[in-house]
Design a protein around this ligand. Structure first.
Ligand code: PGA
Length: 221
């Protein structure tokens, strides 16, 4: 049985205190060893989360960033470059629909960000809806893809698992990617996605903020 991935995208939520409360209450003890959790806190908490999971030997957890600069080191005020992010994280989310819509990211930015991440040894988690163009430019790379229909994000209306699975096979025709499904995943519907052969895991926003709800997602997925 392959590994099942659970990405927790905390978006712009949680202070250090709140992250500590989450981690204190999040128990991985009952998870089967083939489940891997990638916790993606805001940049301000990357160091704190990394240290916490190392000190507590939380072996099923790894750290991911939510964004990365398309530039390397230099005069780019307010940006964190790939080498800096790789001090804390092993993964990085790229091209989430919120970044495309609110921060003007496009296919070109996404490809640049993926390339700098790969250059620093990070694994990009590229978010796509129906436009698979950025994946074609990265077809020979090792990366993860999160298929997220915009109408399913934060709406409580997840995609039909059959459709998600068909999209996952289409994505896998492009490259040797691991494919996740994202959009309104909860403890009740997670297994309808993780059961599908072509889907390697889930990408969770709102459902990852409470330790009890996210544990239940991992448990049931
Ligand atoms: P949601 O968000 O789980 O709250 O729908 C998904 C996402 O961050 O893309």
């Amino acid at each position: 049985m392959g590994t099942t991935f659970f990405v927790a995208n905390w978006k712009s939520h949680k202070t250090e205190n709140e992250a500590k409360v989450f981690l204190d209450r999040f128990s991985e003890k009952t998870f089967s060893p083939n489940k891997k959790i990638i916790l993606c806190p805001p940049t301000t908490l990357l160091g704190f989360v990394k240290k916490y999971i190392e000190e507590k030997n939380m072996f099923s957890l790894e750290v991911g960033a939510q964004n990365i600069s398309e530039f390397s080191e230099g005069p780019y005020t307010g940006e964190e470059n790939a080498r800096q992010i790789s001090d804390f994280a092993s993964y990085v989310i790229i091209g989430h629909s919120e970044r495309r819509k609110l921060f003007g990211e496009n296919d070109e930015t996404i490809i640049k960000k993926a390339k700098v991440s790969l250059g620093a040894g990070l694994i990009p988690i590229i978010c796509v809806e129906n436009d698979l163009f950025p994946l074609r430019a990265l077809r020979s790379e090792i990366l993860m893809v999160a298929y997220e229909p915009i109408s399913a994000i934060g709406s409580g209306k997840p995609d039909d698992p059959k459709n998600a699975s068909n999209m996952a096979s289409k994505i896998k025709e492009i490259g040797k990617f691991r494919v996740l499904y994202g959009g309104s995943v909860n403890p009740g519907n997670v297994s309808s996605f993780t059961r599908a052969d072509e889907i390697d895991g889930v990408f969770v926003g709102g459902g990852s903020l409470s330790p009890e709800e996210f544990s239940a997602i991992v448990e049931n997925g």
